[in-house]
Design a protein around this ligand. Structure first.
Ligand code: PMP
Ligand code: GLU
Length: 397
């Protein structure tokens, strides 16, 4: 008999859709995958070389639990160089992906019954990680009319004596929304009035931002004591499989995460850490990164244009990450003669089975009216996918 903890935990819906599309592919279907948020580029060669060198130089022993000292120093330099924030090495913990970084922090802070505010739409795993910690997720809805961003007033209205943490991402997964410096400051000004509340700012899409400089809430000194930055190498450097993420946090939280992962994993892979060091220590202006950023922007523009021609798709206008999150509730109640589309889950399954296009239902991110398209794929795939989606939607009455 499995524990209640695992019985109540849901499978990651992003990974589930990726699994379903792999299964259909294995049966010989030509599936276009717009589900998984994973760059389709190879890891740049200069990073791969660092990993090869690490093997030859015998970086094959247990690393320090919190990460190699020089990697943590490079992260501090990066935080200063790119974000203008000061952290010391002992405030940085390197983990097996930003996903583990988030889990470490939540498990270090949240007691059963504590409330965790999640501006919705939120990234799918936040809710489940909070569940594992036996916390209570409190959702505040963003609307497509405001690019799904929540206001300081909404946050204030959700705070109770039990609130322990708030988790947001900017650039946001699944909406691509990017909070401006002014918006972050206004939110920080509310939260500073509640010094026992911590904030996780998930900045994993930092370098995939189409409106200019990335803004971290940690830049406001007055909120830094409450703030935990989460970042990693998966997205910007096309390194999803290497599994390296990190936090920069108040010292007591960094120490707690170090203790926790000392019992759970003993630290992140030594070889992947050496590769991440190369990625993080190099300025983000490399031609490889520029090429990826340019491609994501072009694909965003293309997909917005293509989806814009489909009646009933209410589009948002993402400024970062690699997702579009349109409202597709226009199609609810319609049928192809066999299945009635009741919600975004049904529409996703219809797209997958009818058009062989994989997407992720908005339910996974706390907005059942929407659907997530990842455009981390070629322009040819995007054109073909939208052609198929249009045909499938034409079949609904
Ligand atoms: N945060 C967000 C918002 C993400 O989209 C992802 C997706 N992978 C992660 C964290 C986790 O990233 P990692 O691959 O570093 O675990
Ligand atoms: N973060 C990506 C996504 O949202 C990858 C999948 C995952 O880590 O859950 O699709």
């Amino acid at each position: 008999m499995l524990s209640n903890r695992i019985n109540y935990l849901s499978e990651s819906e992003t990974l589930a859709m990726a699994r379903k599309s792999r299964e259909l592919k294995a049966k010989g279907h030509n599936v276009i995958n717009l589900s998984l948020g994973e760059p389709d580029f190879n890891t740049p060669d200069y990073i791969k070389e660092a990993a090869k060198l690490a093997i030859d130089n015998n970086y094959t022993f247990y690393p320090p639990v919190a990460g190699y000292q020089d990697l943590r120093e490079a992260i501090c330099l990066k935080l200063k160089r790119d974000n203008g924030v000061d952290y010391t090495c002992d405030q940085v913990v390197v983990s097996t992906g930003a996903k583990q970084s988030i889990a470490n922090v939540v498990l270090s802070l949240v007691n059963p019954g504590d409330e965790v505010i999640l501006p919705a739409p939120y990234w799918v795993s936040y809710k489940e990680i909070v569940k594992v910690a036996e916390g209570k997720a409190v959702f505040i809805p963003g609307t497509i009319e405001h690019e799904f961003k929540v206001t300081p007033e909404q946050i204030k209205g959700a705070i109770t004596s039990k609130t322990k943490l708030i988790i947001y991402s900017s650039p946001c997964n699944p909406t691509g929304a990017v909070y401006t410096k002014e918006e972050l400051k206004a939110i920080a000004e509310v939260l500073v009035k509640y010094p026992s509340i911590y904030i996780i700012g998930d900045e994993i899409y930092e370098h995939i931002n189409f409106i200019g400089k990335h803004e971290s809430m940690a830049q406001f000194d007055f909120i830094k004591k409450q703030m935990i930055i989460v970042n990693g190498v998966s997205k910007a450097f096309a390194m999803t499989g290497w599994r390296i993420g990190y936090i920069a946090a108040p010292l007591e939280i960094a120490k707690a995460c170090d203790k926790l992962q000392g019992q759970f994993t003993s630290g992140a892979s030594s070889i992947a850490q050496r590769a991440a060091l190369k990625a993080i220590a190099t300025t983000p202006d490399t031609p490889e990164l520029k090429t990826m950023q340019k491609a994501f922007r072009e694909r965003r523009d293309l997909l917005l244009k293509l989806l814009g021609d489909i009646p009933g798709m209410k589009l948002n206008h993402p400024d970062g990450a690699f997702y579009i999150f349109p409202d597709i509730s226009y199609y609810f109640g319609k049928s192809d003669g066999k299945t009635v589309i009741q919600n975004s889950n049904d529409l996703c399954m219809y797209f997958l089975n009818k058009a062989y296009v994989a997407t992720v239902p908005g339910e996974a991110f706390g907005d059942p009216k929407c659907i997530r398209f990842s455009y981390a794929t070629s322009t040819d795939n995007l054109v073909e996918a939208v052609k198929r989606l249009k045909l499938a939607l034409d079949g609904l009455r």
